[in-house]
Design a protein around this ligand. Structure first.
Ligand code: GCB
Length: 640
């Protein structure tokens, strides 16, 4: 859906926002202050009109130093009656005044902030990692970046694009509110063509990472709530009509037929679009309809399929009348057949590991290609062909580097533990995050599983919530597999008989569950006494198992927190899990130690979840070698 903000009835700003069915009105204030805006309830939670593949567009990075103001009481956003200032016609917000570089000519005017005198934070990056005073801060920080920008051609359009801001962001350019976004791990953008100046632009973002019951995730998680502009920020310049989004992948179940679409932004109908894959001698032209949409249908002759052994990517060029974009796309199929997983028709075993987007060396959210290489090379050392990117969509560098390294991916949304299942806006929020995750990465060959949730309690409202999410995911992408990290259940009469009883299990393609035998559930020896009976004829993935160990703490195998305890826990678990006939992979918890405010034990945890096979600094614990040996054997077994 398209929304127009009318400025003085003459200027028009198009916000590429979705599902907003209320009117936005911006009015100019008559007094000396800068444009004041009165904005009635703006919430742009996601874009159905995505701009994907931003790496290969004409972009200008806005990364680097941004001035910031810590605004614990949200003084710049609410008046003293706690009413949002940008909904009060006669009030100016901090965003308008400070953020517009407003310097009162009248010296008696009271202005209680000044960005220019404030320190800077680096973007991308969390504020927690950059200033000791902000380590535990959860609340609002205002960011400001000043920049000059000259368009390459007068008719071109310009967008400001955020890789992610945790958790809620309100964005202003030169005093004009562009909109807002909810969700800490998905991209969003706004068109700024009509507000952009050649010099001295002032881009202001209010970022608020307060946890909320109705949010996704909710109040309670087991990871650190890093706040801020945590991913890349960039300007994207395009022609008036441009290719914004496309889907080019093998059709479900076919090794030769490619289907999908190309979407223009700018609403040019009857525009000719050419798709070329020179290496496969493909060149095809199609015409867009009145919505700027053109379906894609191609036949590939003898392509080399993307696989972990040969992560082949083809250069794909898309050209419209005004615009050109290139991508590197791999072709592969993925299917669940009985209890088998088939990649390009061949049985596979997922030698996986779970990963948090937490780069321990820096103590921050991972956000760069370099971070992705550090983390994924650790997974490679373990001989992994698969990673579970937990518990939210990771940054694009992770997906792209994994694709290049031949690592398959499980990608998930933060529907974690105790979501507000019966709240329609919570559902909408989760669905928006799902839509944004799938939309951003739909062309990445390495993503094979979309996951809907993690360890959610079995109730009717929860199952309804999750089945609605599944329908949405299948509607957006029918070719990948769907899963969720469920929980095991013990037989009431015989606690050593373990099974999966979740009604949601019938809807997933891959049956995945977390289990902590030997850690939260008994000691490692219990693994020898448990009997698994799983009735579903579906591939099974153990999405988590593990236990904490402090790197360098050595003791006997019965001493909790020691490397030896963790090593034994892995030995016992692998022996036990091997007996599940449908087992087709696992993603033990977890690659590296990660920060979590739940993990308080001094000298052992010190604020870190210690279930990593690597310490946060990248040191290998003993259990690493147990899993690596197991994966080496599995690789042999499946290459026969
Ligand atoms: C789980 C959660 C994960 C936690 C882990 C743990 O089941 O899915 O987010 O970090 O257990 O360490 O307890």
């Amino acid at each position: 859906m398209r929304i127009y903000i009318v400025l003085n009835s003459t200027k028009r700003l198009t916000l590429e926002t979705d599902n907003i069915n209320y009117k936005l009105t911006i009015m100019r204030k008559s007094h000396l202050l800068l444009p004041t805006l009165s904005l009635l309830a703006v919430t742009a939670q996601s874009q159905s009109n995505l701009i994907i593949n931003t790496q290969n567009r004409d972009v200008t990075s806005l990364n680097g130093a941004w001035n910031y103001i810590v605004d614990q009481y949200e003084n710049g956003y609410y008046n003293y009656r706690y009413q949002p200032l940008d909904q009060q016609p006669n009030n100016s917000t901090m965003a308008e005044a400070i953020f517009n570089d407003y310097h009162p000519t009248d010296k008696t005017e009271r202005v209680e902030y000044d960005f220019d005198l404030e320190e800077t934070l680096n973007v991308p990056g969390s504020w927690n990692a950059q200033d000791d005073k902000l380590f535990y801060y959860e609340g609002t920080i205002w960011y400001r970046k000043k920049f000059d920008y000259k368009k390459k051609s007068e008719n071109n359009r310009v967008f400001v694009y955020f890789g992610a801001a945790n958790y809620e962001a309100h964005v202003y350019l030169n005093g004009n509110k562009l909109g807002s976004h909810v969700g800490g791990f998905t991209p969003f953008y706004f068109e700024i063509t009509d507000f952009l100046k050649e010099t001295k632009n002032s881009l202001v973002v209010k970022v608020d990472n307060k946890r909320k019951k109705e949010a996704v995730p909710t109040l309670n998680t087991d990871w650190f709530n890093y706040g801020g502009l945590t991913r890349d920020v960039k300007l994207i310049e395009t022609s008036a009509s441009f290719i914004s989004d496309y889907h080019i992948q093998l059709k479900k179940g076919s090794l030769t037929e490619v289907t999908g679409y190309i979407q223009l932004n700018g609403n040019q109908h009857d525009e000719a679009i050419t798709i070329e894959i020179p290496e496969l001698k493909i060149s095809k032209t199609m015409i867009t309809d009145e919505k700027g949409y053109a379906p894609v249908s191609l036949t590939l002759k003898k392509p080399v399929y993307w696989s972990p052994e040969n992560p082949k990517l083809y250069t794909v060029q898309l050209k419209s009348e005004q615009y050109k974009i290139t991508d590197q796309i791999g072709f592969r199929t993925i299917e669940a057949k009985g209890s088998d997983l088939l990649l390009n028709g061949k049985k596979i075993y997922l030698r996986g590991i779970s990963i948090h987007e937490d780069i321990g060396n820096r103590g921050d959210r991972a956000n760069s290609e370099e971070d992705a290489r550090i983390m994924l090379n650790r997974a490679k050392e373990l001989n992994c062909n698969f990673v579970r990117l937990a518990h939210y969509p990771h940054n694009e560098h992770m997906i792209k580097v994994a694709e290049e390294l031949g690592i398959m991916v499980w990608s998930e949304i933060p529907v974690y533990w105790t979501i507000d299942w019966e709240n329609p806006s919570t559902y909408k929020n989760a669905e928006d995050q799902l839509t944004a995750m799938i939309g951003r990465d739909i062309n990445r060959a390495n993503i094979i599983i979309w996951s809907m949730a993690n360890e959610t309690p079995v109730t009717e409202p929860r199952t309804k919530f999750l089945t609605n999410l599944i329908s949405k995911a299948r509607q957006l992408d029918d070719a990948r597999l769907i899963s969720a990290a469920l929980e095991k259940h013990a037989d009431q009469n015989n606690p050593l008989e373990v099974t999966i009883e979740d009604p949601f299990a019938q809807y997933v393609d891959v049956l995945s569950f977390n289990q902590y035998l030997g850690w939260y559930d008994g000691l490692p020896e219990k693994c020898n006494r448990v009997n698994w009976s799983i009735k579903f004829n579906k591939p099974v993935i153990i999405s988590e198992f593990g236990g904490d160990a402090r790197f360098g703490f050595h003791a006997d195998k019965d001493t909790r927190w020691s490397e030896e305890f963790q090593e034994d826990l892995y030995i016992q678990n692998l022996k036990m899990l091997e007996k599940i006939p449908q087992l087709r992979g696992m993603t033990p918890w977890i690659l590296s130690d990660f920060r979590s405010p739940r993990r308080l034990l001094p000298r052992i945890q010190d604020g870190w979840n210690r279930k990593g096979l690597f310490s946060e600094k990248g040191e290998k614990k003993k259990a690493f070698f147990v899993l690596k040996d197991y994966y080496d054997q599995k690789q042999l077994q499946y290459s026969k």
